[in-house]
Write a protein that binds this ligand. Structure first.
Ligand code: ADP
Length: 261
């Protein structure tokens, strides 16, 4: 149990009586710590690719006559690292925007079929024929923000591909649910052991840092998913068995669904 900290101030009032003011700073301190962690993590994540880029730039300056082939391979590595920094900054900006209290949800009618068909197409490109991908759609449309929902769904599908070895299967299902509607992403990938599941949606939390970097993950994907779902009153359930696969289930309440005419 966390110890609570209170600030107590005694303020003179009308020369006689006194008023006691208390502030609970436990929450403020927790937010402060989270902010410090975020800055430390983000700086570290940005420093790594920058170190690689600077290293290759130094080589290029010190060895102007470097073989063309080597030079091209260095340029390719630098481009990859630049892309990594860009992904990270984009995700950080998205997350900051989603978290700000004065950023209202711009809700519209979202047609689920074209949205999921588009995501499936992207997934096919990313998988490059290495996985079996299926999509099943039977259910209502949604009230929500198209871009936010696309980014949340696409994050879940991208993860399923990233963390599923070749020849594995990934199924996407959109279906009516007793509480409204559900979107399920099921993979036969590496899975996640129980102790990690509860922490997956924390910013920069990764089960295996090096693997996530290899796959161009920023470590912010599921934090973005969580915020988008919160804004849409939806819940996320994660079930997984190591080395067998994972299921990410999003449930939208009936208030967020629209039955097609
Ligand atoms: P990342 O960019 O590292 O993928 P995410 O926030 O999207 O960050 O995911 C956090 C971590 O959750 C990942 O690093 C990975 O360890 C784990 N994870 C997410 N999706 C899956 C999945 N489908 N199968 C196995 N592990 C997953």
């Amino acid at each position: 149990l966390q110890e609570r900290k209170l600030i107590v101030q005694i303020i003179p009032f009308e020369n006689r009586r006194q008023i006691l003011v208390t502030h609970d700073v436990t929450e403020t301190e927790r937010i402060d710590m989270m902010r410090r962690d975020f800055v430390a993590n983000a700086s570290h994540e940005l420093r790594t690719p920058l170190t690689v880029i600077n290293g290759f730039l130094e080589i290029a300056l010190a060895q102007p006559g470097l073989d063309m082939e080597i030079r091209t391979s260095h340029l390719k590595l630098m481009t990859e690292q630049g892309q990594r920094m860009q992904n990270l900054i984009n995700d950080m900006l998205t997350l900051t925007r989603l978290e700000s209290v004065d950023y209202p949800l711009r809700a519209e009618l979202v047609h689920v079929r074209p949205l999921l068909e588009g995501i499936l197409e992207e997934a096919r490109a990313l998988s490059a024929g290495k996985h079996k991908l299926t999509l099943e759609i039977e259910g209502p449309n949604l009230k929500g923000n198209l871009d936010e929902l696309r980014s949340a769904f696409s994050n879940l599908v991208t993860n399923a591909i990233r963390y599923t070895p070749e020849a594995g299967s990934i199924s996407l299902i959109w279906k009516s649910h007793e509480r409204g509607a559900k979107f399920v992403v099921k993979d036969t990938g590496i899975g996640i052991s129980q102790e990690h599941i509860a922490r997956l949606t924390e910013r920069f939390y990764r089960v295996d840092k090096s693997r996530s970097r290899e796959t161009q993950g920023t470590g912010l994907g599921l934090a973005i998913v969580r915020h988008v779902l919160l804004r849409h009153r939806a819940t996320l359930e994660i079930a997984s068995v190591p080395e067998q696969g994972s299921t990410f289930k999003v449930v939208f309440p009936a208030s967020q669904t629209v039955i097609p005419a």
